[in-house]
Design a protein around this ligand. Structure first.
Ligand code: GN1
Ligand code: MG
Length: 364
């Protein structure tokens, strides 16, 4: 979108001064994000929320408001602040899709990092979010995307994509290329594990908590100078869920240096030192809050989130890239993601005993 139009949109929000600069920030597969600078030298984040994915943006903002207010009242941790529009009926949303938030100065994010210290901080960030929200009644939150991390449902969606009656050339070609990965993901030894977490939520073995649900490494803010964690960002998917999801998504994205869509599979190395660092950070904060039953499930958390994301990428590939943004310069981008994530799944499966030992070491 043109700069002038974006600046006009920014002017609708109740912010002192005038917006003068705007630039696209390449991040996320769903929303569009811009950094806006004002003549007061303050910065803000302007976002176009994708309402195909998030049709109920009012409920979404309500969840965010409740959760961030709760964190702010406790007063220990940083969190995000959104700005309302100017005028008589101030709202967090302008023209159905746009919203504005404060930019947290002197911070940075990582797509990947070599540093074990930063990974430990990432584990702390995820743990801290959980701990700060302990005591928040998760059942009062809206379910923004139905059955978001209900992995058995994701497997069904993949099955539907595989069994679709649509039979055009693109689909045939994609189906052939995807065949080995279809076989891998639909192997009964994997599908039979899909309900490991959801069944325990359903029968009450583990508690329903407020979860972020998208705790990938790049959704964690760090202090630019000290690399200490600041807070989690991208709060759109805050919903009732399991703590194991948030731990697992951190592991999926932190366990290897490689990007989510790394094309050179030899670069994907699942490193137990990285698992240990994240887990130490997470459990250092959570060990008195997490239940024994949740602790026992952490070992499958990284696997589950990787498996679930992979079923989603593959379904989207077979359906013709209708959900995730894809980079046109990367042919078969969704399949590239699948291949990289399958590599992680394989290596996680080989390392379960080691991970169990580490969880028990830091959790007891
Ligand atoms: C999407 O938009 P982004 O990048 O924050 C997706 C997550 C996936 C992630 C994979 C609402 O998140 O669930 O884990 O891509 N968000 C939604 O990188 O579907
Ligand atoms: Mg997100």
């Amino acid at each position: 979108m043109e700069k002038e139009k974006l600046l006009d949109i920014a002017k609708k929000f109740n912010i002192e001064g005038n917006p003068v600069k705007v630039k696209l920030i390449e991040s996320g597969h769903i929303n569009k994000t811009y950094l806006v600078e004002y003549n007061t030298s303050r910065k803000y984040i302007l976002q176009y929320v994708n309402t195909n994915v998030f049709p109920n943006i009012t409920e979404l903002m309500k969840n965010i408001e409740e959760v961030t207010e709760f964190i702010k009242k406790k007063g220990h941790s940083t969190t995000l602040s959104f700005i309302k529009t100017k005028g008589e009926n101030p709202s967090y949303i302008y023209n159905n899709n746009w919203r504005m938030q404060e930019f947290i100065e002197n911070t940075k994010t990582y797509i990947s990092t070599e540093s074990l210290e930063i990974l430990e901080e990432a584990g702390k960030a995820v743990g801290d979010f959980q701990k700060e929200l302990d005591g928040f009644d998760a059942s009062t939150l809206y379910e923004i995307i139905e059955k978001f991390h209900y992995t058995p449902n994701r497997v069904n969606q993949l099955m539907n994509a595989i069994n679709s009656k649509e039979n055009n050339e693109l689909r045939k070609e994609r189906f052939e290329k995807a065949k080995p990965y279809i076989d891998f993901l639909t192997d009964s030894k994997r599908t039979s594990r899909a309900n490991c977490i959801t069944s325990k939520l359903e029968d009450g073995t583990i508690p329903l908590r407020v979860t972020h649900n998208d705790t990938k490494l790049s959704n964690i803010l760090f202090d630019k100078d000290t690399n200490r964690y600041k807070c989690l960002i991208d709060l759109d998917t805050i919903m009732p869920g399991s703590i194991v999801y948030d731990f697992g998504e951190g592991i999926r994205t932190g366990i290897t240096m490689a990007a989510e869509d790394e094309q050179d599979l030899s670069k994907i190395y699942v490193d137990m030192k990285r698992f240990e660092a994240f887990t130490r950070g997470f459990l250092g904060i959570m060990k008195n809050t997490i239940t024994k039953e949740e602790l026992d499930l952490l070992v499958i958390g990284g696997w589950m989130m990787t498996y679930e994301n992979t079923t989603r990428f593959l379904a989207d590939y077979l359906n013709g890239d209708i959900y995730y943004a894809v980079n046109k310069d990367i042919p078969d981008h969704n399949l590239v993601r699948v291949k990289a994530q399958v590599e992680i799944i394989k290596q996680l499966e080989e390392n379960e005993e080691k991970m169990k030992g580490m969880i028990n070491q830091y959790g007891l």
